[in-house]
Design a protein around this ligand. Structure first.
Ligand code: GLN
Ligand code: ZN
Length: 747
């Protein structure tokens, strides 16, 4: 029995890649130094995977930023405005990812979107009329070669053409036929070159197959692969993940792939599909170890599934790339009792090998695992469970209705037109992080730490007043992370020390672990919110994270439903909301940055398996506040054009969201659907260090005003500013308030 993995966390055991790349961004490391650092890291990872006993080892799953961007650069899918700057290869690469502002020109970063139902983000490729596809990069070949030189024969990975087309943006007038023709030619060339270098396999990732695939799309898929697979020397593995491929299954198995990778964890119908028939001449890569969650695999359950598959050429693999879980539990400090329940990336390698051995008849690992699952582990909270059971319809309903609240709040707040605000956080400078670290290590006491936080808050409040923002924020200096901070004050949560997962580029998140029933133990944000409010006559927004986001950015339990877990969190946050209100906080923002994240990939499941409980869970949080308390919410990467009615049903008073990188595309839809919630479409992109000019922001505002009624518009950046430096933050916000001032005068 062979084993394989789809991809491995490239950031390194201690996020080495992040730190090295950021040094390069700051000019402290030359590009060849960064390259050589990355080379060593790749070597370390390949050797680790090999030593674990995994047979199928991937290459080119490494990336400095994002593998979709790598694929675009490999195939010369680079917009004209970028090509025109005559940048070096690496400048070009990072310009697409982060924008470029320098002596060679000034361009924005390409839009970034959520990668399927994960918190990873990819850079959206763009096809223009002028785009000519050819093999213009060599990373995939270099990395294959690099591993080979170490005596490791890897399986290079790239995104397949079908998914690439699905994820890309097309300019008007682009000839899709021509693009497809060029793509096929380029992929063929890649196959050939890799085969010449000695590669036996190539892995083409086609996760778009797990979505609803239309007849036309299927025909396109089939057309592409018929040509692509004709007389191939290299074995092609068609790799799917994040669900089952029910719409495409028959087509996929009928094509001459050498191997097919299927997800048996998230793919609810995968087993059923395979039982219908799987060609004997193909290798089945069975994704049985969850690549997305951190719990130990239940070996007995997995073995039962594998027995039903009944296929000779079977390779055991993960359900998706291990990119989505942290590196290893080895550096954690959980008790042995707790730690035995977890498997991060490195431990999952061992699980695959255990499973292969168990299938071959070895009993040892299986017995230990059975014992683990026979014991109990969860902390139950009867009171919370009873509260959930007692919820009724009216607990989810805020009164009075939106329209009445709108009138009441207009009088109560008396904002100027186009009220300005920010999304919550201000730069978490080195000083802020260091001070928190010192406090954690008990090198400074609570009093000193509090004094430091208070001083940060005071300085930024003063600055916000000075530049004339209307609704202020305290800046979130006391928080490391918008989920962990809450989790730390809720019972039922556990935290890893080093459980980082890549979110985008060099940015990572450290999702907490939901270990038992969740309840609020004590006030969480009340202290700093009320402190800030007391320093100023202006309104300071209270700042909370919503239940759906807390759940979606945690590693969830697998023994109760996501819905029940979310409702538990919602009740805890509801207590916090009411506590803030009681303490004089008049505007409360409840961030649902990750609302979309667990939206099912199949549209047909959206309203029956997700929005039907997640939107009510949000309403539960604020349903009991007074009409004069204004509820804001915020969403990131909000491709929510297609769920606008659901967003309106969150029944918030104001929503801010990301819009600038996607060119405000959502505005038309808001208009069409008569969106009633007041909106703050981000007027500039905070995921890039670029500073927008006053003129540029004014232009954005006028675009917004062309589509949204003036009295519904708020002006704010795209997202929180904590990952930004102070210079670009202050410059950008000064330009933003200046732009608003000018627009107000011109109105
Ligand atoms: N209030 C949070 C902040 O400003 C929101 C962050 C987010 O949406 N990711 O940091
Ligand atoms: Zn955001």
């Amino acid at each position: 029995m062979k084993t394989a993995i789809i991809g491995f966390p490239r950031i390194g055991e201690n996020r080495e890649l992040k730190f090295a790349t950021e040094k390069y961004f700051r000019g402290e490391l030359a590009i060849d130094e960064l390259e050589s650092f990355a080379k060593d890291l790749r070597q370390k990872h390949w050797q680790l995977i090999k030593k674990s006993g995994i047979d199928g080892i991937p290459s080119n799953d490494f990336s400095f930023y994002d593998t979709t961007l790598d694929t675009a650069c490999l195939l010369n899918i680079v917009p004209q405005e970028v090509t025109a700057l005559n940048l070096t290869e690496s400048e070009k690469y990072f310009a697409l990812a982060r924008g470029y502002q320098g002596e060679k020109g000034d361009i924005k970063a390409r839009p970034m979107k959520k990668w399927f139902n994960t918190n990873y983000h990819y850079i959206v490729p763009k096809f223009e009329k002028e785009t000519t596809i050819f093999v213009s990069g060599d990373k995939i070949f270099r990395e294959y070669h690099e591993a080979k030189a170490l005596g490791i024969d890897t399986r290079p990975v790239i995104i397949g053409p079908f998914t690439l087309l699905q994820l890309s943006e097309f300019d008007q007038g682009v000839d899709r036929e021509k693009i497809i023709g060029e793509l096929i030619k380029a992929y063929k060339e890649i196959f050939e070159k890799l085969a010449d270098l000695g590669a036996e396999w190539i892995q083409l990732d086609e996760p778009s197959l797990v979505k609803d695939v239309t007849k036309e799309e299927l025909t396109e898929f089939q057309g592409i692969y018929q040509e692509l697979l004709a007389d191939q020397k290299i074995k092609v593995l068609l790799q799917s993940y994040f669900g089952d491929i029910r719409d495409a299954y028959d087509t996929v198995v009928s094509l001459p792939f050498a191997g097919i990778g299927l997800d048996f964890v998230e793919g609810r119908k995968t087993l059923e599909l395979v039982e219908r028939g799987f060609p004997q001449d193909k290798v089945l890569f069975a994704g049985v170890v969850n690549g997305k969650n951190i719990w130990r695999n239940n070996y007995q359950q997995t073995l039962d599934v594998l027995k039903q598959i009944n296929h000779d050429q079977l390779v055991l693999t993960t359900s998706c790339s291990l990119l989505h879980v942290p590196f290893t539990t080895e550096n954690e400090t959980f008790s042995a009792e707790i730690n035995q329940h977890f498997a991060f990336a490195k431990e999952k390698l061992a699980e695959l090998v255990d499973l292969a051995n168990s299938l071959a008849g070895s009993e040892e690992a299986l017995k230990t695992n059975q014992a683990l699952f026979a014991g109990s582990r969860f902390t139950e909270n009867q009171a919370v469970q009873a509260k959930i059971k007692a919820l009724t319809e009216k607990d989810y309903l805020r009164k009075p209705a939106f329209e009445q609240r709108e009138t009441i709040q207009k009088a109560a707040f008396d904002y100027p037109v186009l009220p300005t605000t920010t999304i919550g956080s201000f730069p978490q400078t080195r000083e802020v992080k260091l001070t928190r670290a010192k406090f954690k290590r008990q090198e400074i006491n609570e009093e000193a730490y509090d004094q430091f936080i208070a001083q940060q808050i005071n300085e930024w409040l003063e600055w916000q007043e000075k530049i004339g923002l209307d609704v202020l924020v305290h800046g979130e200096f006391e928080r490391n992370d918008m989920v962990e901070y809450f989790g730390q004050n809720l019972s039922g949560y556990l935290f890893s020390k080093n459980g980082w997962v890549q979110s985008y580029g060099t940015r990572g998140v450290k999702p907490p672990i939901i270990w038992g029933d969740v309840a609020r133990e004590k006030p969480i944000t009340v202290k700093w919110s009320t402190y800030a409010q007391k320093q100023t006559d202006k309104i300071v927004k209270g700042m909370l994270t919503g239940p759906v986001t807390i759940l979606n950015w945690s590693f969830p339990r697998e023994d109760i439903s996501l819905k029940d877990s979310t409702l538990q969190i919602a009740l805890a946050i509801q207590e916090e909301v009411l506590d803030l209100e009681k303490n004089g906080i008049r505007v409360i923002q409840i961030d649902e940055a990750a609302l979309r994240e667990k939206l099912p990939l199949r549209k047909t499941d959206w309203y029956t398996e997700y929005l039907d409980w997640s939107i009510p869970a949000f309403r539960l949080v604020h349903s009991k506040v007074q009409a004069t308390t204004q509820i804001h919410t915020h969403m990131c990467y909000s491709e929510f054009t297609d769920i606008i009615p659901a967003i309106d049903q969150m029944d918030a008073d104001v929503i801010s969201f990301e819009a600038s990188r996607s060119n405000l595309a959502i505005l038309d839809e808001l208009k069409q659907q008569n969106f009633r919630t007041a909106v703050g479409p981000g007027v500039y992109d905070i995921h890039s260090p670029r500073v927008p000019s006053v003129a540029e922001i004014k232009q954005t505002i006028s675009k917004i005003l062309a589509k949204v009624p003036l009295e519904k518009v708020w002006i704010n950046p795209d997202c929180g500013l904590k990952t930004r430096g102070i210079p670009e933050t202050t410059a950008s916000l000064i330009n933003m308030t200046e732009a608003v001032k000018q627009v107000r005068e011109e109105l």
